[in-house]
Ligand binder design. Sequence first.
Ligand SMILES: [Zn+2]
Ligand SMILES: [Zn+2]
Length: 342
Amino acid sequence: MRAVRLVQPGQPLQADNIDIPAIGSRDVLVRVRAAGICHSDAHYRAGISPVRPLPLTLGHEVAGVVERAGPEVKRLKPGDRVCLHYMVTCGDCLYCNKGSEQFCASGRMIGKYRDGGYAEFVSIPARSAFLLPDAIPFEHGAVLMCSSATSLHALNRARLSAGETVAVFGAGGLGMSAIQLAYALGAGRVFAVDRQPNKLAMAREFGAVPIDAAAADPVTEIRRLTNGRGVDVALELIGRTTTMREAVQSLAVQGRAAIAGITDGTFEIAPYEELLNREAEVIGVSDHLAQEIPQLFDLALRGKLDLSRIVTQKVPLDADAINRVLDHLESFGRDVRAVIAP
Ligand SMILES: [Zn+2]
Ligand SMILES: [Zn+2]
């Protein structure tokens, strides 16, 4: 089968012809119909986050059709439309049992530690495959599995409750989902902070109050627009220490800043002024949970999460085309989300 793989970090992805993966008795072989190209994939290609063993097929946002099912698989059959939960876990450890499976010691993410969806086929344990409702297109299903899921997990981690105000730092793929999900969960007002005019315009279309960080200090703007109070929930979805600090500084009394962007940098917090005196919280967000996937499907089916304007580009399963999208993501380009349609 055709696959687009990371062979050497720092080098472009390469097209390859490899064997169709074998499946175990509890696995399914999925024919990929859509694979999202994520900002993380640009980090993997650049060697910023580890990928192994190499060469490895990238792609952790995957939707497709079951081609074959192992003999012990009861719940799925060939022809079923599915989305893949990217974290393949043991299902039996302390963390898997308490519903925090992203910390499973033997957990391995597809497209990072085992072959992913930049290919014609991918194999995965059947319990990581979720039936995708017919009304949700494959490319939306793929994007739901990462950017939307991470945004929902961040809002859940931040314990957003109805009527609260939210600031979303980063109006890209995650941010557009985050704005819609925040409103779906009952947020009162959502502010979207970015520097790209087209992203701010789209955020406004989804009902957010746009804040152009290139034109004004976002913290000052958020304070001004909330009568000095600040926001109850701030999400950092970019992975920059400056915006992490701004997220904390934007908080109201008892506000929660959920940090989902990835960086190896550090930032400072003034403990008394910014945390103690406000009883503010800074919360880490890692991946998402299988149990959040049905909630995402439900919101997408009810039209609360519209991905049609988020998936802005479709590309073929072609190394050059995919590398170009990754180049674009590296330079924080205009496209919100590109999906590979093999
Ligand atoms: Zn992703
Ligand atoms: Zn486990």
